[in-house]
Design a binder for this molecule. Structure first.
Ligand SMILES: C[S@@+](CC[C@H](N)C(=O)[O-])C[C@H]1O[C@@H](n2cnc3c(N)ncnc32)[C@H](O)[C@@H]1O
Length: 377
């Protein structure tokens, strides 16, 4: 959502050098701010943050949510498995690869899926492309399936710990989906995308895909809170708006409050739950080229007239209704000191808003694709 804030535009009359300097200064300031926040919360390392660990991995509802999400992502991409175009199979396509030879490189196209979870994406790609080798890594075994297709290898690895076990220049395509909360912010993305650069072959590709945890109102063009700072959260925590159903209560108010609190509490814990917008710049800074950001509207529920959007919206709402949204929110808020009954109250009201067709709420799915230059070291 583009900002209309005039302060976001460079001052008229500035030379390109000055504008570049200003941008650089702004970025440095942002980074300093972020580091300050991390120090403030005494959570300099993400490893120490209970929220950045895969809190949902062992939740019984998570496999079901991931299955819904796999279908949803494919619908958003019109049946495709990714926004990136990987080379087509060679004319003399070989049958499925033996997993024992997957890591040996050679001429087989190598794909690495970071935080593969239940490996639904790996399995779908493996079925569509028996000529390529896919390695899914996850820091936990909990969601990994017991059996994988012959051209899929599943490994346990924490992607926040570098260097990864993959050798440099050994991978053709790195796929990172629904990992924003796990990677947690600019610092985490810099590390993960820096390591992605190392393992990619020159000319290799990377894709980051996320459904942003933001909810906007289509009808009124009311945007959610892109920024939620600590003082706003403290203010809201002090309010008793949850208790009273005031006459001026508007549809969407609970969603807007939920969103502000959710992101504010995440920030307090040193996590950026909506870090995808930072990814393009981090990719460019790391040296990637052809950085392209594709954004797709994702309605909440079946309010859209367009048939495809309606189907996607219904599926997205089904995913939000699925236990994981509730359970994850419960963890985030109670770990921040909220009482369980207050969180339940907030979740119920938020869910009621999600289901109210008057809201015409929507989120967005983003796909950021990039390439390591062919002549890169
Ligand atoms: C929300 S799921 C996404 C699964 C999959 N990418 C998908 O789109 O279906 C996040 C997964 O990342 C894993 N994960 C979280 N932090 C990780 C880390 N530091 N290293 C590797 N895997 C991690 C979790 O165990 C979980 O399986």
């Amino acid at each position: 959502m583009a900002s209309n804030d005039p302060q976001d535009s460079p001052v008229a009359g500035d030379s390109p050098e000055e504008q570049q300097q200003q941008q650089q200064q702004q970025q440095e300031e942002e980074e300093e701010e972020e580091e300050e926040e991390e120090k403030k919360t005494k959570k300099e390392s993400q490893d120490e943050s209970p929220l950045s660990s895969p809190v949902m991995t062992s939740d019984p509802s998570e496999p079901g949510r991931l299955a819904l999400q796999q279908t949803l992502f494919q619908q958003i991409l019109n049946g495709k498995l990714m926004a990136t175009q990987i080379p087509p199979p060679p004319k003399t396509s070989k049958p499925a690869v033996d997993p024992n030879v997957i890591s040996s490189g050679g001429s087989i196209y190598q794909v690495l899926d970071l935080g593969c979870g239940s490996a639904k994406w790996c399995a779908a790609l493996a079925a569509a492309r028996p000529d390529i080798a896919i390695t899914g890594v996850d820091m936990s075994r909990v969601l990994l399936p017991a059996r994988a297709p012959p051209n899929v290898a599943l490994e346990v690895e924490d992607v926040r710990k570098t260097p990864w076990s993959r050798g440099e220049r050994s991978v053709d395509f790195v796929h990172v989906r629904d990992m924003g909360a796990a990677i947690g912010g600019r610092k985490g993305w810099k590390k993960v995308l820096g390591e992605t650069w190392r393992v990619l072959k020159p000319g290799g590709l990377v894709e980051v895909a996320e459904i942003r945890p933001r909810w906007w109102d289509w009808k009124n063009h009311v945007e959610g809170s892109e920024e939620s700072d600590d003082s706003q959260v403290s203010e809201m925590e002090g309010e008793d708006w949850l208790e009273k159903e005031t006459p001026d209560y508007k549809v969407g108010l609970a969603v807007a409050k939920f969103e502000k609190l959710f992101h504010g509490l995440g920030k307090r814990a040193g996590i950026d739950f909506d870090s995808a917008p930072k990814v393009p710049e981090i990719l460019r800074d790391a040296g990637f080229v052809k950085v392209v950001e594709r954004t797709e509207v994702l309605p909440i529920g079946g309010w859209a007239k367009d048939e495809k959007l309606r189907v996607k919206g219904e599926l997205y709402l089904e995913m939000l209704d699925h236990g994981s949204f509730e359970n994850y929110s419960m963890k985030v808020f109670t770990q921040a000191g909220w009482k369980e009954e207050d969180v339940r109250n907030l979740i119920d009201k938020t869910s009621r808003d999600f289901h109210n067709p008057e809201l015409q709420g929507y989120s967005t799915a983003v796909f950021i694709t990039a390439k390591k230059p062919s002549r890169a070291a």
